[in-house]
Write a protein that binds this ligand. Structure first.
Ligand code: NAP
Length: 275
C-alpha cells in the first residue's frame, strides 16, 4: 500500500483543510486512523476541525495557519514536509476560482485576483509537490516506508473553459504535472494520485463569486464527503487518477475527446450562465 498503515508517526499534511473538500479529506483520513497536519489561512476553522477530529477519533491534529499564496507561508509549509519525518502523505487541496472573462478582469483588482489564483493553484501546489516527492522518496529509500501524495485538480482540467480561463488552465497544469510525476515515481514506493472533482458543494462558489452551483441541477453537484472518500481511497491504493461520479467521468471524457472547434464556441455561450 503506498499510504503506509496508520500510526502515531504516520501523519498526513492536508492543505485547504479549513473548509470544503480539504476538510472532508482530513475527516476521511482521521476516520482511517491517520493523524493530520491541517494547513490553511483561517486558524480558527482549523482549530475547530482539530478538536472535532480529536473528539471523534482520539487522534491529534496539528494546526499550521499559513498563506500559501505568499512566499513566507509556502516556505513554512515546505519546511514541515521536508524536515518532519512523521509526514508520510501530503494532500494539496487548497485552491480558488475566479470567474469572469479576461477582458473584464484586466483592471488592477482583476489582475490581482488572477495572480493570486496562479500563486495558489499552480505555484504553491508545484512547490509542495516537489518538496513532498523529494522528502517521501528519500524516506522510502532510507526506511522502506511508503508514501503518498494527493493533488486536487478538477474536471475543468480536461478542456479550455471560457469564463474561467485561468482557473481551467491552472487545473490543466495540475493534471498534466501530477500525472507525469506519477509515472516518474514508478518503483520508488511513493505514489501521486490526482483527484478531479466536478461541481461540489463547498465554500468554493462563494469565494469564486458565482451562484451557478445553486442553479445547477442536483445531478451535477456532488458532496464534499463523497469526493473526499473517492480521493482518499485512490490515494491509499496509489491510483494514478480518480474522477468521482459517472456524470463527471462522462464530462471529462467529452472534454478530452470533443473537437475544440465545436466545443469552444458552445462552451463560450454556455459559460454566460456560469459567470
Ligand atoms: N467545489 C468545487 O466545485 C470544486 C470542483 C473541482 C475542484 N475543486 C478544487 O477543490 C479544492 C478545494 O476547494 P473547495 O471546493 O473545497 O473550496 P473551499 O471550500 O473554498 O476551500 C478552499 C480551501 O483553500 C484554502 N485556501 C484558499 N486560499 C488559500 C491561501 N492563500 N493559502 C492557504 N490556503 C488557502 C481555504 O482556506 P482559507 O480560506 O482558510 O485559507 C480553504 O480551506 C480546490 O483546489 C478547488 O479548485 C473544487
Amino acid at each position: 500500500m503506498p499510504l503506509p498503515p496508520p500510526g502515531p508517526d504516520a501523519h498526513v499534511l492536508v492543505t485547504g483543510a479549513s473548509s470544503g473538500i480539504g476538510a472532508a479529506i482530513a475527516r476521511a483520513l482521521a476516520a482511517r486512523g491517520y493523524p493530520t497536519m491541517l494547513v490553511a489561512r483561517r486558524e480558527e476553522a482549523l482549530t475547530e476541525l482539530a478538536a472535532e477530529l480529536r473528539d471523534r477519533s482520539g487522534l491529534t491534529s496539528e494546526v499550521h495557519a499559513a498563506d500559501l499564496g505568499a512566499d513566507e507561508g509556502r516556505d513554512t509549509v515546505r519546511r514541515i514536509v521536508l524536515d518532519d519525518e512523521r509526514v508520510v502523505g501530503v494532500v494539496n487541496a487548497a485552491g480558488l476560482g475566479v470567474t469572469g472573462r479576461v477582458a473584464d478582469l484586466a483592471d488592477e483588482d482583476g489582475r490581482a485576483a488572477l495572480d493570486g489564483l496562479v500563486r495558489l493553484n499552480v505555484l504553491a501546489l508545484h512547490d509542495l509537490t516537489i518538496a513532498a516527492v523529494g522528502a517521501l522518496v528519500h524516506r522510502a529509500e532510507a526506511t522502506r516506508r511508503t508514501g503518498a501524495i494527493l493533488n486536487v485538480s478538477s474536471i475543468t482540467a480536461f478542456q479550455p473553459l471560457p469564463g474561467v480561463a485561468s482557473y481551467a488552465a491552472s487545473k490543466a497544469f495540475v493534471q498534466s504535472f501530477s500525472e507525469a510525476v506519477n509515472a516518474e515515481l514508478s518503483g520508488t514506493g511513493v505514489t501521486l494520485t490526482t483527484l478531479s472533482p466536478g461541481l461540489t458543494r463547498t465554500g468554493f462558489a462563494d469565494a469564486a463569486g458565482t451562484d451557478a452551483f445553486e442553479q445547477a441541477p442536483d445531478v451535477f453537484v456532488g458532496e464534499a464527503t463523497d469526493v473526499a472518500e473517492a480521493g482518499v481511497a485512490a490515494m491509499a491504493a496509489g491510483q494514478r487518477t480518480v474522477v468521482p461520479g459517472l456524470v463527471n467521468q462522462l464530462s471529462a471524457a467529452g472534454g478530452r475527446l470533443a473537437p475544440r472547434s465545436l466545443l469552444l464556441p458552445a462552451v463560450n455561450t454556455a459559460m454566460d450562465w456560469f459567470t
